[in-house]
Design a protein around this ligand. Structure first.
Ligand SMILES: Nc1ncnc2c1ncn2[C@@H]1O[C@H](COP(=O)(O)OP(=O)(O)OP(=O)(O)O)[C@@H](O)[C@H]1O
Length: 635
């Protein structure tokens, strides 16, 4: 027995090791399962007390969160030097800003970067708000439309009032900060609007147009925005379109930006000639436009060098100039927007209401009549080259007088006091000398005198003033000289363009000549290739009737049995015959048939010639005819 125990002892030792391992696995598994169950039960228990709200891509909320001190103090964060969310508006508590120290925005010619602290993705942050603990998680989702951001806020509360209050507060804060900025959205290639940042509002006073134009357009827009009921009562679609057309650099886009600031509207920009743009995408975009905004279609003519007809399939240039190149463009960039698609998107059943449509073009004549008509484009404004009046106005805009600057600072102070805030710091541009109001008036007049009427664009004048922004007096004195150089430059460019075009025309002509010559050579060659065939036909004609049957049958046989005889001479005991191609089969079979008839004829040689001639003529004008002729001959 003992001996057996000894014998089994190594095995029993092994058994206990296995048992221990099994025990460990079972205990470990049980503990882990218990831990998981308790963890999930705990989180379910906790979640049952929390109200949770999900916000996707919400700029308003992101802006609010970025102002919360907890975000700045977060122990896990992303650091970025990119502007966050709605442009530079978001300043997270805890951000580092070194540009406040010296009041300068630029360093070595580059804008100084802010270092921004943002909470990490997928980390939960606790924020106290209104006596409640909020658990905030910012996460990133990758979808087919690109990466999107989601914010989840959970709060221990019985009703969702606290979340509602938070959202309202966030909205107010956002609107207060947005007061001085306009927001731009761009259409993406999936038919969605993507936030493209915000821009400083541009004062309307900085746009210099002929007297009355700005007032008219501002009054018209304001009137539209308050007339929703009026439109509804009359059953008129609540939409208004403005077509700004004219020379480049005359202030079309600038006016739209200034108007957006004045009216407090966001701008939604669509490029109709963008890659991948099509009717469905445009319709989707229009359906997703909010009420009360500016919809901007820039360079309408650029899109409609693709389409001028109302044909749904149309995507092309004006009929006269429709070319293969345009077709290629359409195919290559996937843009298949049709004019009818655009018209539907603008005022079809599914089109959005309450928006102000602004379209700009440099070539109004290229636009389809349907696109320009009232109802789609209610107000047209023509932008021309700068007048003397505009030159004077832009000069005054550029060099503010000492008095005007002081008055603006006083106005800021008054407003700040009224709101109980600190007055905003005004930047002092030491490089730009301040002129007295009287001197400014005189200089502006002199500048306008030097500028020719309706010849230069306002953008051109602005460029000149920019170059001389620190020397207003010299700028006026040298204006006439600048105009002269501008004219010379324009002349030179025009001449160069003409020369280039002439050269291109010459080259095209030369190329065409070469192509024609090449074509002529190819034709000659193919004619000479045909030569043996005509010789052959003559020879066939010369074949006497009695010999025809034999020769033709022999040839037919030869061709049938050996395709390689093509192009070779086959002489089965008769005048040489060139067998050129399979048409010969037709000729030969016709000759065979003809000869059978002619064999019994007295003057067989003549008749054979006549018949052969007939057949030859028919053969050259088509195989079918030949066949029928041969049948006739046979009969
Ligand atoms: N009437 C104007 N008043 C003030 N600034 C102007 C005016 N016209 C042009 N500018 C200035 O010229 C520049 C170009 O202007 P803008 O882009 O508005 O011209 P545009 O007519 O839209 O040109 P394009 O047809 O080429 O798009 C801007 O910086 C703007 O400040």
């Amino acid at each position: 027995m003992e001996a057996l125990g000894k014998l089994l002892s190594p095995l029993s030792m092994g058994t206990s090791a296995v048992q221990d391992t099994v025990k460990l696995v079972v205990i470990g598994g049980t503990v882990e399962t218990a831990r998981r169950i308790s963890g999930s039960a705990w989180s379910n228990f906790v979640d049952s007390f929390f109200l949770t709200a999900h916000f996707s891509e919400d700029d308003v909320l992101m802006h609010w969160l970025s102002k919360q001190p907890a975000f700045g103090k977060s122990r896990e964060f992303d650091i970025t030097t990119r502007s966050v969310g709605r442009n530079n508006m978001d300043k997270t508590a805890g951000d580092i800003e070194d540009d406040e120290e010296d009041g300068e925005q630029f360093s070595h010619g580059k804008r100084k970067k802010k270092v921004v602290f943002m909470p990490c993705h997928d980390t939960t942050h606790n924020i106290y708000y209104g006596g409640h603990l909020l658990r905030v998680t910012r996460s990133k989702r990758n979808s087919e439309y690109g990466a999107t951001q989601e914010i989840k806020i959970s709060v221990v509360a019985r009703s969702n009032d606290v979340i509602k209050r938070l959202v309202l507060e966030a909205k107010k804060l956002y609107e207060a900060d947005a007061e001085h900025r306009i927001h731009i959205y761009l259409a993406d290639t999936y038919g969605y609007w993507r936030y493209n940042g915000s821009r400083q509002k541009r004062p309307l006073s900085s746009i210099v147009l002929e007297p009355g134009v700005k007032d008219m357009i501002v009054a018209d827009c304001k009137d539209f925005l308050r007339s929703e009921d009026w439109y509804a009562e009359r059953g008129i679609p609540y939409r208004r379109g403005y077509l700004l057309h004219g020379v480049p650099g005359s202030g079309k886009t600038s006016l739209i930006h200034a108007l957006a600031g004045e009216l407090g509207l966001d701008i939604y920009v669509v490029s109709l000639s963008a890659k991948g743009m099509n009717d469905t995408m445009l319709m989707n975009l229009m359906g997703r436009i909010p009420q009360r905004c500016i919809l901007l279609l820039e360079d309408l003519d650029a899109a409609f060098t693709r389409s001028v007809t109302r044909d749904a399939t149309s995507t092309g240039v004006p009929m006269s100039s429709k070319s293969t190149s345009s077709t290629n463009t359409t195919e290559s960039d996937g843009n298949s927007l049709s004019l009818s698609g655009l018209l539907n998107a603008l005022d079809g059943v599914a089109a959005s209401e309450g928006r102000l449509l602004f379209a700009t073009t440099n070539h109004i004549d290229r636009l389809d009549e349907a696109l320009r008509r009232p109802g789609r484009m209610d107000v047209w404004i023509n932008f021309k080259y700068a007048t003397k009046w505009q030159a004077e106005g832009i000069f005054k805009c550029f060099f503010p007088s000492r008095e005007a600057t002081a008055a603006a600072a006083a106005e800021d102070l008054k407003n700040a006091e009224a709101q109980g805030k600190e007055p905003p710091k005004r930047k002092v541009y030491t490089t730009i000398p301040l002129l007295s109001a009287d001197e400014l008036v005189v200089l502006a007049k002199q500048f306008a005198e030097a500028i020719p009427e309706n010849e230069l664009s306002v953008a051109g004048l602005q460029g000149y003033l920019l170059k001389n922004k620190s020397r207003p007096r010299e700028c006026v004195a040298e204006a006439a000289e600048w105009v002269r150089t501008e004219r010379e430059t324009r002349e030179r460019i025009k001449k160069e363009k003409e020369e280039r075009e002439a050269k291109e025309r010459e080259e095209a002509l030369e190329k065409k000549k070469k192509e024609d010559a090449k074509k002529a050579t190819t034709d000659d060659e193919s004619k000479s290739e045909d030569k043996p065939r005509s010789i052959k036909k003559k020879q066939i004609v010369q074949i006497a009737a009695p010999e025809v049957t034999e020769t033709a049958a022999a040839l037919e046989n030869a061709i049938k049995t050996d395709a390689s005889t093509e192009g070779k001479t086959v002489t089965p005991g008769s005048p040489a015959v060139d067998v050129v191609d399979s048409d010969d089969l037709v000729i030969l079979s016709a000759l065979t048939t003809a000869s059978a008839t002619l064999a019994s004829h007295e003057d067989s040689s003549k008749a054979a010639e006549k018949k052969a001639e007939e057949i030859e003529t028919k053969v050259t004008s088509g195989t079918e005819e030949t066949t029928s002729t041969s049948t006739e001959s046979a009969s």
